[in-house]
Structure formats: structure tokens, C-alpha cells
Design a protein around this ligand. Structure first.
Ligand code: UDP
Length: 246
């Protein structure tokens, strides 16, 4: 692992990777990349590479796990053994179990589970290359994979983190900022701005948390735009694509 940088933000206000404090890393998405999944999305965000696959709705077995009035949504976050500098031991860990739980819950208000009683919708998020912010990257990919699978949703979910380095709040932490920064605040929200995931590592004042949430909101707006562009280019008509450009 590299050493702690002396400074994270230079005198021109630029971060180690050349971004301003309120900029997210470049993101590209491709939907429908897996032919055997009902829906899928491959997403690159900076040096993160994640693949999301959705299976279902399909009948849930064993049947005792079925919910009589709605579908069960299962979300599994997994890091490939080769995705980080030190090999990750395959299989669930405390970290991946926690991330799976909170990430699945981030979709709670949008997935219209009531249409599929007794069914299961499985979301698999596989991190192929990790470079800080993988849980947020996985949520952004999972949203598009759910839409690709035709799961009825009230809207999209976007996610990005805010952190603190050199006493300043920064959007979408890169690896050194995540490793050596003072705080990491991953957030997910719906298009209505309802926060569906909020975690915190490190120390922030109440005022910094409020400002950080506003910063994350701006980041999520940019992500919604990227997600909508991907949706329009896959499912939209030419007229709708024109509308997006205006
Ligand atoms: N990481 C690692 N090994 C691990 C877990 C994490 O090398 O077992 C790295 C990986 O690059 C990850 C980063 O540390 O993206 C930050 O991890 P964190 O737990 O904060 O989750 P993330 O920011 O990826 O959602």
C-alpha cells in the first residue's frame, strides 16, 4: 500500500487525481452484458469495476422463506479474490455481509415487491476491481441491472460517498482519501431525495454531515443523469434521446 500523502488537496484546490472537491470520478455503464441473467450492468467508476446481475422474479425455494404478500429481495455484495492488492479470502465476511444487508435495504422504497408475492429477486454485485467506493459503485450498477431485468420500480437509486481530507469535505473518495482521510460517509438516495443508505466511518461534526449530505446529493444527481442516459440509449426512442440532449 502507498504511504500517506503529505497533502490531499493542492494550492489550486485540486486533489491527487486532479479532481475538484465536488467532482465525481468518470463513470461508464453498459447494460445487458450477461445473457443468462434477467438483467445486468457492468460499471466502471474511476478504477472500480463492478458487475451486477439480477435473477427473477422467480419462485422462492425453500417455500418457508416465501412472503405471502410480496417478493423477497436478496442482495449479495462480493469482492473477487483478485479485486484488491492483498488477495481477499473467498466467501462471505463480516464486511460483505454488512454491505449486502445495507445495500439491499437501499432499494426498499423503490422496488415494487407487492406485484410478486412468494417470489424472490436476487441481486448479485461482484466487485472485479476495487479502488474505494465499491459499495456505492455496486448500488449504481444494481439499479440499472434491476431495470434491465424489467423489475417494476418507482424510480432509480444512486449512491456516492463524501469524505474529509485536509479539513475539507470531498465527494467520491479515491483510494488514498479513503485509506488515510478523516471520514467516509457513503450515501444512497432515491430520485425523490429520500436517503436509503447512510453509513459513517471516522469523525464529522453535525454541520459537516449536513453539508456532506448536500454534496452527496449533487453527486447522486450526476449519477442519475448517467443512469438515465444509459436507459434511454437502450430503451428510449430517438425523440426521447433528443429530449435528453436539450
Ligand atoms: N479494501 C481492501 N481489502 C478489503 C476491503 C477493502 O483492499 O478487504 C479496499 C478496497 O479498495 C475498497 C477500499 O479498501 O474499495 C475501501 O473499503 P471500504 O470498506 O471503505 O468499502 P468501499 O469504500 O469499497 O465501499
Amino acid at each position: 500500500m502507498s504511504d500517506k500523502p503529505e497533502k490531499f488537496i493542492d494550492e489550486n484546490g485540486l486533489r491527487l487525481d486532479g479532481r475538484r472537491v465536488d467532482e465525481i470520478r468518470p463513470m461508464t455503464v453498459e447494460m445487458g452484458v450477461l445473457s443468462r441473467a434477467d438483467g445486468s450492468c457492468y460499471l466502471e467508476w474511476g478504477n472500480n469495476k463492478v458487475l451486477a446481475a439480477v435473477y427473477g422474479p422467480r419462485e422462492l425455494h425453500p417455500r418457508r422463506l416465501q412472503r405471502p404478500s410480496e417478493a423477497l429481495v436478496r442482495y449479495r455484495y462480493n469482492m473477487a479474490a483478485f479485486s484488491v492488492e492483498d488477495r481477499i479470502r473467498p466467501g462471505p465476511s463480516r464486511r460483505s455481509t454488512e454491505i449486502s444487508k445495507v445495500s439491499g435495504e437501499a432499494f426498499e422504497p423503490v422496488v415494487m415487491k407487492q406485484f410478486y408475492p412468494g417470489a424472490v429477486i436476487d441481486v448479485f454485485a461482484e466487485v472485479l476491481q476495487a479502488d474505494a467506493g465499491t459499495r456505492t459503485a455496486a448500488i449504481n450498477a444494481a439499479t440499472l441491472a434491476l431495470v434491465d431485468a424489467g423489475i417494476p420500480m418507482k424510480g432509480l437509486v444512486a449512491s456516492c460517498a463524501v469524505g474529509k481530507v485536509d479539513g475539507q469535505l470531498v465527494l467520491d473518495l479515491n483510494k488514498p482519501e479513503d485509506n488515510y482521510g478523516d471520514a467516509d460517509l457513503p450515501i444512497a438516495m432515491t430520485e425523490d431525495g429520500e436517503i436509503t443508505l447512510l453509513q459513517m466511518d471516522g469523525n464529522l461534526t453535525a454541520d459537516e454531515i449536513t453539508k456532506g449530505i448536500e454534496m452527496a446529493r449533487k453527486g447522486c444527481e450526476q449519477i442519475f443523469a448517467i443512469q438515465k442516459e444509459a436507459l434511454l440509449s437502450k430503451f428510449g426512442t430517438a425523440d426521447e434521446e433528443e429530449l435528453l440532449k436539450e
